[in-house]
Design a protein around this ligand. Structure first.
Ligand code: ASP
Length: 593
């Protein structure tokens, strides 16, 4: 078949442009063949591009030669047609597409390229295995939904840029070939050919550079930037992902929070047409854990965790009393209307709780004339009544309890709460519930490494009033840090930094990073802090996740043009891949697996 050159043909309109007002116009449109329908006489082609779909008609009576050529058209051929815009007969109108009232009667056709038959049809409805989608990502990205997602992503990034620029932020690039920036993951390393045996680390975040930019006096920095973390790709992570990264000087945490609420207000207003209620609520880490069993609580529904230690400690139920004696706690949640569940269904629930780490799950059905439960007999009636009252248990409810160390209880009930809410359809759709979680602990003890580690990252400042406790009660020191949570997902986090070298050095010591190691790894930062670093702090948002939520997509891979699989590989390019021995030699590397 003859494939034509573009020649002097130029598009007059996209496939989404033409309307009734254009009837009579001579036009040239170009795009991909979505479908071809041969009705014996007439051949109809739906021509598609990023902007829409236009029906073009080949009529043997109007242009016999062109009509003949149209027989060769197949899905995804790239064509240009020249023709006249005409009104569609009333019964042929298609109200589902913007161009549905018109069609183009074709006088001239150029086949600009052929296409092999794609592995899947280019339409949203086609169910396609993800690895096939990723291998043929360029075809997958032709689909309407993916195009919408990436266009939305572009708009969101532009709104962020415009908003932050209007607030005096300057977008400044920071290096990818750099030293390790610890954010709790493994580094991606890049060997240096010029410096045999030495490696750059790809940044886990621009953290240290943005702090240096504050030392340089830029006052307000931002960047929409790739970050690299080599971690196991649990659920919804990517080895390279995008952050909206920001840093500000001479501010407290509320200044940063306020500014970022403004940014989110702009984004949600422009993209979803939603007016966010500000200021967003704030909750301490401890309160979030106690009431929701999570440091990123989903506030779109209730089912809060209720503490029943004092009541159940009176009982004869050993599982509870023993847990309490061992320093643990007992908490419960109320599954409203769950009392109708059968034994078998409850057993399944116990299994679910066990999969979250519980040893067991105790339960109590509230009934009109009392309580039904294998453990009821261990309790005095007035205690059962007190428990039910505290948990607002009404006849027909199912009360569920976990007894264990606080961490396990919170983890299990926190997850069970989400599980039950999803299962029961209790989560309001279309609601956007933001929350700042504040007052995180600064440090936690890592049993494996036998040392304290930073909960956020080691550059986060303790709350000023907690400085004095750094030495003797480090686990009680609160960080001047905050996370922002949307509908139970952490979408961002940040902190006020240690702008004083002495405090930062002291913190490294507590973290078990000795003087020498601190100098070797972070000497440049420590030195910079000694040259008049202003007080500063910042935040970073996971841009992919934010866009995912704006698109109402199921996974961040739906909003990343070329994502990696769970095994951190790219089915399209075949990366990662082995390299030429010569390349290794130049890098002074030997691969010995
Ligand atoms: N660098 C931090 C992160 O990547 C964010 C921040 O503290 O600004 O999570």
């Amino acid at each position: 078949m003859k494939v034509d050159l573009l020649g002097d043909w130029r598009r007059t309109h996209t496939c989404g442009d033409l309307r009734k007002a254009d009837v009579g116009a001579q036009v040239i449109v170009m795009g991909w063949v979505q479908t071809r329908r041969d009705h014996g006489g007439l051949i109809f082609v739906d021509l598609r591009d990023r902007y829409g779909v236009t029906q073009v008609v080949f009529n043997p009576e109007i242009a016999p030669q062109v009509h003949e050529m149209a027989h060769a058209l197949r899905s995804e051929y790239v064509i240009a047609v020249q023709g006249t815009v005409e009104v569609r007969p009333k019964d042929m109108e298609n109200p589902r597409i913007a161009t549905g009232e018109i069609e183009v009667t074709v006088h001239g056709l150029k086949i600009l390229n052929e296409s092999k038959t794609p592995y899947f049809p280019i339409e949203d409805e086609a169910e396609v295995a993800e690895n096939v989608r990723l291998k043929y990502r360029y075809l997958d990205l032709r689909r309407g939904r993916m195009q919408e997602n990436l266009l939305l992503r572009h708009r969101a990034a532009k709104i962020v840029r415009d908003y932050l620029s209007s607030q005096g932020f300057v977008e400044i690039e920071t290096p990818f070939l750099t030293r390790s920036t610890p954010e709790g993951a493994r580094d991606y390393l890049v060997p240096s050919r010029m410096n045999p045996g030495s490696f750059y680390a790809l940044p886990q975040s621009p953290q240290l550079f943005k702090q240096l930019l504050m030392v340089s006096g830029f006052d307000r920095y931002f960047q929409i930037v790739k970050c690299f973390r080599d971690e196991d790709l649990r659920a919804d992570r990517q080895p390279e992902f995008t952050q909206i990264d920001a840093e500000m000087s001479f501010v407290g945490p509320e200044d940063i929070q306020e500014c970022m609420e403004g940014m989110l207000e702009a984004v949600f207003g422009a993209i979803l047409g939603i007016q966010l209620t500000r200021p967003f609520p704030r909750m301490s880490y401890h309160e979030a854990m106690a009431r929701y069993g999570s440091d990123r609580p989903d506030l779109r529904f209730g089912m809060e965790l209720v503490d029943v230690i004092d009541v159940v400690s009176q009982s004869n139920f050993q599982v509870f009393t023993q847990a309490i004696e061992e320093g643990g706690i007992v908490k419960g949640i109320n599954l409203r209307g769950g009392g109708g569940r059968s034994r078998k269904e409850i057993e399944e629930l116990v299994g679910t709780a066990q999969s979250y780490g519980a040893k067991g799950l105790a339960w109590l059905k509230v009934e009109a004339e009392g309580y039904q439960s294998p453990i009821a007999k261990f309790f005095r009636p007035e205690d059962l009544q007190e428990i039910a009252a505290r948990m607002e248990g009404r006849p027909g409810d199912l009360l569920l309890f976990v007894a264990d160390g606080a961490q396990v209880v919170h983890e299990v009930l926190g997850q069970l709460r989400i599980h039950l809410a999803r299962e029961g359809g209790l989560i309001k759709t279309g609601a956007y519930q933001f929350l700042w979680v504040v007052d995180f602990p600064l440090l936690e003890y890592d049993e494996e490494q036998k040392r304290y580690v930073a909960v956020h990252h080691p550059f986060t400042a303790p709350r000023e009033e907690d400085w004095v406790r750094l030495k003797d009660a480090p686990l009680e020191v609160r960080a001047n840090a905050y996370d922002i949570v949307l509908n139970g997902s952490e979408i961002g986090g940040g902190s006020i930094r240690n702008h004083r070298g002495d405090i930062q050095r002291q913190l490294f010591e507590i973290l078990g990073i000795g003087k020498e190691e601190a100098e070797a790894k972070f000497g440049f930062l420590l030195e910079a802090l000694d040259y008049g670093a202003p007080p500063h702090g910042g935040i970073a948002f996971g841009f992919d996740r934010l866009v995912m939520m704006l698109c109402n997509a199921e996974s961040i891979r739906e909003v990343i043009p070329f994502p990696k699989t769970q095994k951190a590989s790219c089915p399209l390019t075949g990366s990662p891949a082995t390299v030429d021995p010569q390349q290794l030699k130049e890098l002074y590397l030997k691969v010995d697996i």
